[in-house]
Design a protein around this ligand. Structure first.
Ligand code: ARG
Length: 465
């Protein structure tokens, strides 16, 4: 038997391999809620426009609700022979309400249908990701407030550079997450137009009202060009781009957690909740969650690359290649969602070793820049000259195997006679961070006020919901 949805001119069944390569229900079944919502909007519009009768529309609507609850309860038998979610729903609808079901597909095609469903799906993903990122930010801000004055080493080239505060470091990720949220919101704005009613590619001769269906589905407007509406997947690409950048942020943070928890570094500790043991080495506490966040990034970027490659050679309008837009994207979005939630959990869970952080902050002559700045400020030396003098004092400290504040004043004066004992006031890690009061700098006072401002902003946003 040929396919009852499109088999009019076919007399034979498809080859098994044909069916296997063609079928998409295993993936697009996840679009069921969006598919049903779009069909309900379409049917109601068809009735308002006098294209189908009010009673047919009512039966279609009721039937679709039944299917929605059947699928929700797990009691729906998805059939591979029916290819995709659209035909599975329509076929069940005809079982439920009879021939009126056949009127639902008037003035639409699976091409505008799938484009609509997937836009709605990606829009939901964006909204869920935004909420997850807000929770991530909230967790970070809470810890940043707690550790506004906790001194840790700041690194460049992974070498001790200058002391910073742990709160400052955490707030850096709050800023990144804010830009990630902005990128998702930008994508959402451009995504939020309705393809429904573009039909196969050319529009339709029926007097449909695309503005009405767009409104019913909370789109801002219908898409203006029917060919574009069924052809482009830039909304998926754009959202995956935002997702990729966000995943890279998560991955960099995860990498820091892996480094910080290494016994060689020991700046933070994760509890049993976010570590695992080794089956052979009883002493191990592995930061598996952080490592997997780092790895999941590959799925997200892979999904973006995969879809770019699918799309790059396609002429207008719909091509079946585009059916491959969903699986990678859905897996990528799911991977990112898990990564964000895992990072949020670890932010709440981690405990910094404050004594170790402070000691490490002072290692590697981390206050050398403070010394150079003192020479500039107090002795009015040009920075280049101050840099050179400081370099010689650091070399002296290294020679004696002591920290910068342990170099005797007389030895400093042998290098630069005008240095006075006041210099010791800037050589501690606390005084170093305290002095960094420039806008955006690491001074505890700055960090506390930034964290409070963020807490307020996030709270306000939460209330507006
Ligand atoms: N399953 C298809 C997809 O995901 C739906 C659209 C099919 N359209 C078609 N003309 N065969 O792209």
């Amino acid at each position: 038997m040929s396919n009852k949805m499109w088999g009019g001119r076919f007399s034979e069944r498809p080859d098994e391999i044909m069916e296997e390569i063609n079928v998409s229900i295993d993936v697009d079944r996840h679009l069921f809620a969006q598919d049903i919502a779009a069909s309900k909007a379409h049917a109601a519009m068809l009735a308002t426009q006098g294209i189908i009768t009010a009673s047919d529309a009512k039966n279609i609507g009721k039937g679709l609700d039944t299917i929605l609850s059947e699928i929700g309860k797990g009691g729906f038998a998805f059939k591979r022979a029916l290819e995709d979610i659209h035909m599975n729903v329509e076929s069940r609808l005809s079982e439920l309400i009879g021939p009126a079901a056949g009127r639902l597909h008037t003035a639409r095609s699976r091409n505008d249908q799938v484009a609509t469903d997937f836009r709605l799906f990606v829009r939901d993903v964006i909204d869920e990701t935004d909420a997850a990122l807000a929770a991530f930010q909230q967790a970070l801000v809470g810890r940043a407030l707690e550790h506004a004055g906790t001194v840790m080493p700041g690194f460049t080239h992974l070498q001790t550079a200058q002391p910073v505060t742990f709160g400052h470091h955490l707030l850096a990720y709050v800023e990144m997450a804010a830009r990630d949220r902005g990128r998702f919101q930008d994508a959402r704005k451009r995504l939020n137009e309705s393809p429904l009613g573009a039909a196969a590619l050319a529009g339709t001769s029926f007097p449909i009202d695309r503005h009405a269906t767009a409104k019913a589905l909370l789109f801002d407007r219908p898409m203006a060009n029917s060919l574009d509406a069924v052809s482009d997947r830039d909304f998926v690409l754009e959202t995956l781009s935002a997702a990729s950048i966000c995943a890279v942020h998560m991955s960099r943070f995860a990498e820091e957690i892996v480094i910080w928890t290494s016994p060689l570094v020991g700046l933070i500790r994760l509890s049993d909740k976010f570590t695992t043991g080794s089956s052979i080495m009883p002493q191990k506490r592995n930061p598996d969650a952080a490592e997997l966040v780092r790895a999941k990034t590959g799925r997200v970027i892979g999904a973006l690359n995969g879809l770019l490659i699918v799309m790059k050679g396609l002429p207008l309008a719909y091509q079946k290649d585009m059916q491959e837009d969903k699986q990678g994207a859905m897996e990528g979005f799911a991977a990112l969602s898990l990564a964000i939630r895992a990072m949020t959990g670890m932010v709440r869970d981690l405990v910094p070793d404050e004594a170790r952080m402070k000691a490490a902050a002072g290692e590697g002559y981390a206050t050398a820049t403070d010394l150079a700045d003192w020479l500039v400020r107090t002795l009015k030396m040009p920075f280049r000259g101050a840099h050179h003098v400081t370099g010689r004092i650091v070399a002296k400290a290294a020679e004696g195997g002591v920290a910068l504040h342990e170099v005797p004043l007389s030895e400093m004066q042998a290098i630069e006679p005008k240095i006075t004992k006041d210099v010791f006031g800037v050589l501690s890690v606390e005084s170093s961070v305290k002095s960094r009061t420039s806008f955006g700098g690491t001074a505890p006072k700055n960090v506390a006020s930034q964290a409070k401002a963020w807490a307020k902003r996030l709270e306000k946003e939460r209330k507006l919901g």
